[in-house]
Design a binder for this molecule. Structure first.
Ligand code: MD3
Ligand code: FE
Length: 204
């Protein structure tokens, strides 16, 4: 457990290099149809340093009016591309009891990008886990507790690593402190991609 929270499982090296390359090809095909955009913070409109896209029936977006899930790309208005089978298979493997995933948020970090400490609470249900896949350069990420003031622990997420955030860990504060340039050869131009698979709506 991390900070006494159950439900965080860290699966280093879940994807082989060959599987990472296959997954990356599938993500490239998604991003060709749903290009990375730069989200903005609610109220202030300040730009994120992370660029984002999505696949699956719903995608997470942020702009000056708030955070939400929606079925279309914020710039083009096109529906998000389907989720690649490798990702739906990953969900079935690691969350066999959970209803099908509805959103895969694709975060792209250039080497100076960061993600501040936050909770993932824009979903209508927290019963299903969030499943994270890291590709490319290693990142230092931080996980705390259910209060922003709780102590945090740092971990390194490497290319091919998977993290399952279920149970109490589902609502833990977390963030990405930095990306360590030159730590992976997977992405030609460096940087890091993180995929997070989520259930958004309450199943019937
Ligand atoms: C979820 N992404 O997209 S994923 C996000 O690496 C996000 O891009 C980060 O936070 C990234 O919302 C982290 C891994 C992660 C770690 C701890 C969590 C996801 C978590 C704790 C609770 C819920
Ligand atoms: Fe998050």
């Amino acid at each position: 457990s991390v900070n006494g929270l159950s439900g965080l499982s860290y699966l280093p090296g879940y994807f082989s290099r060959a599987a990472q390359e296959t997954l990356l090809e599938q993500i490239r095909a998604v991003v060709a149809r749903a290009p990375f955009y730069r989200p903005a913070m609610p109220r202030t409109g300040k730009a994120f340093t992370v660029r984002m896209s999505n696949c699956g029936p719903l995608g997470w977006v942020s702009d000056v009016s708030g955070y939400r899930y929606q079925p279309h790309h914020p710039d083009s208005g096109n529906p998000w591309p389907a989720m690649p089978a490798l990702l739906t298979n990953l969900w079935k493997d690691l969350a066999p009891e959970a209803p099908d995933p509805e959103a895969c948020l694709i975060n792209y970090y250039e080497n100076t990008a960061r993600m501040g400490l936050h909770q993932d609470r824009d979903e209508q249900t927290f019963e299903a886990p969030v499943i994270s896949v890291s590709l490319g350069d290693t990142a230092t990420f931080r996980v705390g507790g259910l209060s922003r003031k709780d102590p945090t622990k740092s971990f390194r997420l490497q290319s091919g690593d998977v993290v399952v955030l279920g149970g109490e860990a589902r609502l833990a504060f977390h963030g990405i402190d930095r990306v360590l340039a030159g730590t992976s050869t997977l992405l030609k131009n460096g940087g890091r991609i993180n995929l997070t698979l989520r259930r958004v709506t309450q199943p019937m």
